[in-house]
Structures are given as structure tokens and as C-alpha cells.
Ligand binder design. Structure first.
Ligand code: ADP
Ligand code: MG
Length: 140
């Protein structure tokens, strides 16, 4: 296993309920280190660009509305096998399917407002980290 970095987003449903610290505790307890973090408000154009891969899905427009409905916390998580490990800690997309103890099981409101985003592959992690962070903003 190698040390990897992955892009995480704490979504507006979680920031609205003041859960940033509770979500971060889950990452840190799983051995993931937060090596970059900033709280931002996504513009509609930026949300659309980030989720462009889902542009043809029926939930795309609603998803972009949701992601711009309040602040998000964008983060780089670092650790052994960080990409897969973060997906494990997050749980399934739909909280009804998420395993006990996962972030989405603990905190998600529904399949859309599901509290966190995490990169799904090394290729996408690299693209998504660059989408939000300059190299000198990441301190491991
Ligand atoms: P994940 O975030 O688990 O990688 P996807 O990449 O498939 O899931 O979807 C991106 C995001 O779009 C989800 O996290 C969720 O916020 C939203 N989403 C996915 N499926 C649905 C759906 N069926 N209805 C509404 N929103 C959805
Ligand atoms: Mg995804």
C-alpha cells in the first residue's frame, strides 16, 4: 500500500448542521490526515464544472443547486490507501445502504444531501485536488 491523497468535500447539509468537526473526527480516527482544508461557497459554474461527469444524470441540476446552497469545506486527506479508505469511511452514496458507523450512515440526510464527497480513483483524486488547491496549499 502506498501513501495517497484524495479530495474530500464536506457538503452544505453538514456545514449547516455544524458537523465539520464531527466529520473530521471520523477521518482522523480512521488514520486519514487533513493536509489541506478551506471553507468556500461554490458558484453555480464551479459546481457544474466539478460535477460535469454527471451532467446527463436526472439529478444533476438539483445536485448543483444543493452544492451551492451553503458553504462547503474542501479538503485533501492523506494516508495509506487514502482513496479507498475514505470511500469506506464515507459509506454508500444512499445513507439507507450505508454501513453502520460510516459518515453517511451517521450524518447524511438523504441520497443527495449525503454530507461528504470523496474521489473515487487515483486519476480523479489528482484532477479533483488540482480543481481546488495549489501545490503550496497542501502541507503533509
Ligand atoms: P458518490 O458521491 O458516492 O461518489 P455519485 O458520484 O454517484 O456518488 O453521485 C454524486 C453525488 O450526486 C452524490 O454524492 C449525491 O450527492 C448525488 N446523487 C447521486 N445519486 C443521486 C440520486 N439518485 N438522487 C439524487 N442525488 C444523487
Ligand atoms: Mg462520485
Amino acid at each position: 500500500m502506498a501513501v495517497e491523497r484524495t479530495l474530500s468535500i464536506i457538503k452544505p447539509d453538514a456545514t449547516r448542521r455544524n458537523l465539520t468537526g464531527a466529520v473530521n473526527k471520523c477521518f482522523e480516527e480512521a488514520g486519514l490526515r487533513i493536509v489541506a482544508q478551506k471553507r468556500i461557497l461554490l458558484t453555480r459554474a464551479r459546481a457544474e464544472a466539478f460535477y460535469a461527469v454527471h451532467a446527463e444524470r436526472p439529478f444533476y441540476s438539483d445536485l448543483c443547486d444543493f452544492m451551492t446552497s451553503g458553504p462547503v469545506v474542501v479538503q485533501v486527506l492523506e494516508g495509506e490507501n487514502a482513496i479507498a479508505k475514505n470511500r469506506e469511511v464515507m459509506g454508500a452514496t444512499n445513507p439507507d445502504d450505508a454501513a453502520e458507523g460510516t459518515i453517511r450512515k451517521l450524518f447524511a440526510e438523504n441520497v443527495e444531501a449525503n454530507s461528504v464527497h470523496g474521489s473515487d480513483s487515483p486519476e480523479n483524486a489528482a484532477i479533483e485536488i488540482k480543481f481546488f488547491f495549489e501545490d503550496d496549499e497542501i502541507v503533509g
